[in-house]
Structures are given as structure tokens and as C-alpha cells.
Design a protein around this ligand. Sequence first.
Ligand SMILES: Cc1cc2nc3c(=O)[nH]c(=O)nc-3n(C[C@H](O)[C@H](O)[C@H](O)COP(=O)(O)OP(=O)(O)OC[C@H]3O[C@@H](n4cnc5c(N)ncnc54)[C@H](O)[C@@H]3O)c2cc1C
Ligand code: FES
Length: 261
Amino acid sequence: MFQKDVPIVENVESKPHNFLMTFQDAEIAAKCRVGQFLQFKAGGLENMLRIPISIARVTGDRVSILYHVVGSGTDVMSKLRVGESINVLGPLGNGFPQDIPADKEILFVAGGIGFGPFPYAMDHFSNWKLFYGVRNEAQLLLQDEIAALEKAGKAFVATDDGSYGTQGFVTDLLDAYLAKDSSNKVIFCCGPNPMMKRVCEVAAKHGVESHISMEDYMGCGIGICVGCVRKIRDASKPDGWEHKKVCKDGPVFKGEDILWN
Ligand SMILES: Cc1cc2nc3c(=O)[nH]c(=O)nc-3n(C[C@H](O)[C@H](O)[C@H](O)COP(=O)(O)OP(=O)(O)OC[C@H]3O[C@@H](n4cnc5c(N)ncnc54)[C@H](O)[C@@H]3O)c2cc1C
Ligand code: FES
């Protein structure tokens, strides 16, 4: 894990309020794994907490992130220019499993800005399909790349308002796909909680293993503050579950182990 100032080489608004930032750092790039995240320091005392963002892509010594401007920290990040630097802590967290057999098809299921970790996953693995749900076309990230993947039969997009792809929930697309053939599949998912909960239900219905990346509120991001705990099933514990830290034990957990209430 590193903590350092890194030079920004790209910070563009690719869709309204959605930015693609790339920084250059060979040491961090060499340590990243699919599904891990970085903690960014943006601004001064007004933004005490670092901002956790998934690693979206690693290309040589360059690391990219996709982020949605929702508050003061991401707003500060969006105003940084090429040539300026940003303080980064990471890579952090466990990431998605790396040891998926090549004959197993990985179904990436992304909701909204939960698409963040998947470009890296798409580069890393070869046998996969992408199921990507957004509210509307304006929220669809890397649209040209996604359109090419759709043409190649690798990606399926759902929008709430039907402005792009199929109108409806991405979980319905997943359900229909698995209804045709659920053998030799595994699901990697990241998105809003209701969507991820539904993905777990669909996965259980079809008997498919799922790995869910949680994007909970975080404090320290390194396992100290206990500000990010989730109830995770553990048969060896008296209650059958224990509190696990999303930042350190996660952010990726097995879908069947997550207690959603
Ligand atoms: C492991 C992990 C990976 C993440 N990856 C990405 C990513 O790739 N791209 C991305 O855009 N965002 C990602 N997030 C969410 C991102 O960290 C928050 O949106 C960000 O911290 C908001 O900071 P802010 O200072 O701009 O907003 P704040 O001022 O802190 O909050 C603004 C608004 O956003 C809400 N909010 C803040 N944090 C979260 C959160 N974690 N979940 C839901 N709502 C939140 C607040 O309730 C408030 O309404 C990730 C979070 C985690 C934990
Ligand atoms: S954010 Fe502090 S322990 Fe997880």
C-alpha cells in the first residue's frame, strides 16, 4: 500500500457529472488488482475523509478511475487539472477473485457508477459478458466502447427510461440470460444496494456463485475506525454471522454470505 502525491494526466467530464481521471505512477499501477479501490484526498480541512474510488483501468504505469460528482470531495477532484497532483492511498481491499477457471463465464453486473471496477475486469479476464444498468443514456459511461461490445454480443445494457438498450432492470436481463443456461457461470457485481440484493436473489435462484463489491460509506479505509462494517454470514460464530469491515475484509464478499437487512 502506498500513500503519495501522483501527477494527473487526464481528468475529463465524459458524461454530465461523470469524470474519467488518470494518474501516472508505476509503483501503484504494478500493485493494483481487479476490484480493489484507492482513497483520494481532495481539498483541505473541509474534506477530512478520503474518497474511496474503484480502480477502473490500469494501462502500463497509468491508473484510471471513473467518478460521479456527488458532494464536496468529488467536486474538488473534478476541478483538478492535468499537471496538478492528487494524494492517493492504496491499492486497498481484497478485490474480485483472480482464480476463475478459463472455461467459466464471468457475468459482470454493473449498476450506475458501480460500473467503476469493470473496465479493468474486462481487460483482465477474457471469458465474460457485461450486464450494465443505468437510469438513462446520459449516465452510460464509456459509451463507444460499450456500443462496440454490444455489437460483439459481449454487453447488454438496460436503462430505466428506455433511452438506451432495453427498458427495465439489468437484473431482469441477467435473470433471462441465466434462465437459458446457468451452467459454468460466476457473477461479479457492483452497484446500488437494492440492485446487488436482487442480483444475489437471481444468483441463488439459478444456483450461480456471486461476488459482490460493496460501496459503503467509509472512514479511514484501512481497517482502523470500524466505520464500514457489514453483517457477513459465518457459521463458526455463535449468531451465525459477524461484523466484517468492508474496507479491509471486502469490498468484495460472496453474495450468499451478505445479510442485507
Ligand atoms: C469501495 C468503494 C468504491 C467506490 N467506487 C466508486 C467509483 O468507482 N466511482 C464513484 O463515483 N464512486 C465510488 N464510490 C462512492 C464514492 O466514494 C462516494 O460517492 C464519495 O466518497 C462521495 O464523496 P463526496 O465528498 O463527493 O460526497 P459527500 O459530500 O461525502 O456526499 C455527497 C452525497 O453522496 C452520498 N454518499 C457519499 N458516499 C457515499 C457512498 N459510499 N455510497 C452512497 N452514497 C454516498 C452522501 O450521502 C451524500 O448524499 C465508492 C465507494 C466505495 C466505498
Ligand atoms: S473505513 Fe475505517 S475500518 Fe473500514
